[in-house]
Structure formats: structure tokens, C-alpha cells
Design a protein around this ligand. Structure first.
Ligand code: NDP
Ligand code: GDR
Length: 357
């Protein structure tokens, strides 16, 4: 039997890392993830796919490391010998990046450079190709220059996070062109799921809504309701990452639905789904405003459709309802659809202790 392909994922404990791990395991990969040491376990999203590493069945392995720690990244690369690396790790909250710009830029920008440098040296020494995926973002487009935004649209980043992602993007292009690395940038527009971090606006809304239905929360405080985003379903988007690394040539791709909706529209669908009016519950808090806002994002996924054969499978309305269903289900409440929502192990804290060798 041939050896399984080995993939290394930074950011494996995040929303995308968990879906990508499931996807790669289902394809027969051996998956290695880099996790940070934390005072309490934060592996909820991957606990359901974790198998004790002593078991012969184990194909998911975790390693302590950090994107700010280049030595460890190099050591993990040497030990794991992956053929694909997915760089999903990041301080990924745009608002928080204004509070912690230096750390954000270190993890997002310099972190990417550290991995690229490690791959460059490893590949030159061993002659083994390591394909690299960089998690780029629609935030790089920032201020509206052109709509819909596509691969050729100039970047105009509006936050420390977005500036760092632009840096990481161009370093990835440069390492591809300078050292012939197989390095791809995915320019992914917002993608959500029941596993979305609780402080991003979509999940903040659906989680609060479930608590409002349960009677344990009265108000939901939000910032700017007028910005528009191109929201897709995270499970679809991790497939695009993998597809990029399976092509003959490395390239950059926009991944989006091609539709845009405001926060108000998200609220409309979510609250009316449970027969409530959001205006009765939502209040404004200026703390959630950003020093500079990105008003309108809408992507053109034509290249990804044509070259990767990728397309989204979930509509905007379907996504909102799927997230509401899941948050209601987590609280043990009935769902309007009658289904249990997306059966989402990661939404339910199981308290399984993951051990790392
Ligand atoms: P999450 O915020 O859910 O996950 C981020 C992951 O990065 C977590 O595993 C986190 O670990 C890890 N991480 C944070 N800081 C470091 C660090 N210093 N060293 C190593 N790992 C670190 O993000 P998503 O899953 O939503 O996004 C994945 C990637 O895609 C990110 O790079 C994000 O910027 C980018 N992106 C996301 C989009 C989206 O809509 N979701 C759209 C476009 C790009 P821990 O669990 O310990 O905090
Ligand atoms: P974004 O996502 O900044 O697009 O970045 P987020 O959900 O944080 O904000 C979307 C829009 O909603 C507005 N908003 C609020 N946002 C938050 N978080 N909390 C609020 O209370 C609130 N009220 C209004 C924001 O101002 C914004 O306009 C996400 C992240 O996943 C990035 O890592 C990724 O790169 C981009 O998507 C694409």
C-alpha cells in the first residue's frame, strides 16, 4: 500500500482548519496541525475527528507551534515532511487588528514569510516539492475600486489585518516567481458556518438569536449594519483551497458567491425565520465600529469556476437558516425546519481532552 499524502495545516483549530481537516481525512490524507499552547483546551472544533495518536487508526496529529516562532515552524516541517501546507493560522478578527496591530501583522504577515522561507530551504535541500496555500482575504480589496472584485482588482487594504494579508499575498507571489515554489493565494470572501467564531457578525447574530428564543438574552448590540458582504458556506470554501493545490500550475483565485448582502438583510432573514422582528432586539454600540470600514465586497468567482470547477452549494438564505438551526439545536431548542440543523459536533462542547506528543 502506498503512503498517505501528508498535509500540514496552520490554524487547524479554527473554523476553516476543522472543515479542511475533515475534507483531507476523507480523501485519505494524513493530517498534521499546528496548535498553540493555551491554558484551557481550545480544540473543540476538531475533537470529533481526533483519534489517540497511539492507535494505528490515527491519521490526525497535532504539534505545538506558533506562526511567530520560526524555529518551531522549521522543525515541524522537517519532522512532518508534508507535501501540502495550508497556511490558515491568523489573528483573523479585523476589528481586533486595530487594537493589536503589531501582533496581527507578526502572525499574519511575518508568519507567512517564515513558512515560505522554511519551505524554500527545505525544498532546496531535499528536492521534495511542498505545495503551499495562503489564506488570502477579500479584505485586501478594502475600499471599493472596482465591483465585482476579481483577481486583477487592485488592493486597497483598510485595516492592519488587511495590510498584513496584502503583504502575505505578495510574498507568496514573489516566492512562486523567485524560487519556483508551488504557492497559491486563495482570495476568499467571507465564509461562515455553525463553527464560525462567536465574535464575527453572522455567528454573533445567530448565537444571540438562539438565546433570545431561549429567553436568556434580551438585547443584541451591534455596530455598522450597512456594510455589505459576499457570504458563502465555509465547507464549500475549503474544497477550493484543496483544488488550487491539485492544479498543474500554481495560481491565485478569488473564491466567492458573486452575491452581496447587508448585515440588515442577514438580520431580516435570521429573525423572521423564528417569527421575530430584529428591530425589537438589536441596539447600537459604537464599540463595534471600526476606525475604517470596508463598505462593499462582492467577488467574481469566474476563474475558480472555470479553472477549478468550483462552485458554491449553499445560498445566502440557506446559510443564514443553517446557522440559526444549528445555534437553536445547540441549546436543545426545536428548529423551524424541523431538522437538527447541520449535525455539527464541533458546536457541542464534548470535553474530550486532546493530547499532543
Ligand atoms: P479563525 O479565526 O476561526 O481561526 C484562526 C486560526 O489561526 C485558529 O486555529 C487560531 O488558533 C490560529 N492562530 C491564531 N494566531 C496564531 C498564531 N500566532 N500562530 C499559529 N496559529 C494561530 O479563522 P478562519 O478559520 O475563519 O479563517 C482561516 C484563515 O482564512 C485565516 O487566515 C483568515 O484570516 C483567513 N480568511 C478567513 C475568511 C473567513 O471568512 N472565514 C475569509 C478570508 C480569509 P487558536 O484556536 O489557538 O486561536
Ligand atoms: P469581516 O467580518 O470584518 O468581514 O472579516 P465580521 O463578521 O467581523 O464583520 C462583517 C461586517 O459586520 C459589521 N459589524 C460587526 N462585526 C462584528 N464582528 N461585530 C459586530 O458587532 C458588528 N456589527 C456590525 C462589521 O463592521 C463589518 O462591516 C471576516 C474575517 O473572517 C476575516 O478574517 C476575513 O478575512 C474576512 O471576513 C473576509
Amino acid at each position: 500500500m502506498s503512503e498517505p499524502k501528508r498535509a500540514l495545516i496552520t490554524g487547524i483549530t479554527g473554523q476553516d482548519g476543522s472543515y479542511l481537516s475533515e475534507f483531507l481525512l476523507a480523501k485519505g490524507y494524513e493530517v498534521h496541525g499546528i496548535i498553540r499552547r493555551t491554558s484551557t483546551f481550545n480544540t473543540d472544533r476538531i475533537d470529533h475527528i481526533y483519534v489517540d495518536p497511539h492507535s494505528p487508526e490515527a491519521r490526525l496529529f497535532l504539534h505545538y507551534g506558533d506562526l511567530t516562532d520560526g524555529t518551531t515552524l522549521r522543525r515541524i516541517l522537517e519532522e512532518v515532511k508534508p507535501v501540502e501546507i495550508y497556511n490558515l493560522g491568523a489573528q483573523s478578527h479585523v476589528r481586533v487588528s486595530f487594537d493589536s496591530p503589531e501582533y496581527t501583522v507578526d502572525s499574519v504577515g511575518m508568519g507567512t514569510l517564515r513558512i515560505l522561507e522554511a519551505i524554500r530551504d527545505y525544498q532546496r535541500r531535499t528536492g521534495i516539492e511542498v505545495r503551499f496555500y495562503q489564506a488570502g482575504s477579500s479584505e485586501m480589496f478594502g475600499q471599493v475600486v472596482e465591483v465585482p472584485q476579481k483577481e486583477t482588482t487592485p488592493f486597497y487594504p483598510r485595516s492592519p489585518y488587511a495590510c498584513a494579508k496584502v503583504y502575505a499575498h505578495w510574498q507568496t507571489v514573489n516566492y512562486r516567481e523567485s524560487y519556483s515554489l508551488f504557492a497559491c493565494n486563495g482570495i476568499l470572501f467571507n465564509h461562515e458556518s455553525p463553527r464560525r467564531g462567536e465574535t464575527f457578525v453572522t455567528r454573533k447574530i445567530t448565537r444571540a438569536l438562539a438565546r433570545i428564543v431561549a429567553g436568556t438574552q434580551k438585547k443584541l448590540y451591534l455596530g455598522n449594519l450597512d456594510s455589505k458582504r459576499d457570504w458563502g458556506y465555509a465547507k464549500d470554501y475549503v474544497q477550493a483551497m484543496w483544488l488550487m493545490l491539485q492544479q498543474e500550475e500554481a495560481d491565485d483565485y478569488v473564491v466567492a458567491t458573486g452575491e452581496t448582502h447587508s448585515i440588515r438583510e442577514f438580520l431580516d432573514i435570521a429573525f423572521s425565520y423564528v417569527n421575530l422582528d430584529w428591530q425589537d432586539y438589536v441596539a447600537f454600540d459604537p464599540r463595534y465600529l471600526r476606525p475604517a470600514e470596508v463598505d462593499l465586497l462582492i467577488g467574481d468567482p469566474a476563474k475558480a469556476k472555470q479553472k477549478l470547477g468550483w462552485q458554491p452549494s449553499v445560498t445566502f438564505e440557506g446559510l443564514v437558516k443553517l446557522m440559526v438551526d444549528a445555534d437553536l439545536a445547540v441549546l436543545g431548542l426545536p428548529t423551524p425546519s424541523g431538522s437538527k440543523g447541520e449535525i455539527d459536533n464541533a458546536s457541542i462542547r464534548q470535553g474530550i481532552a486532546v493530547t499532543v506528543d
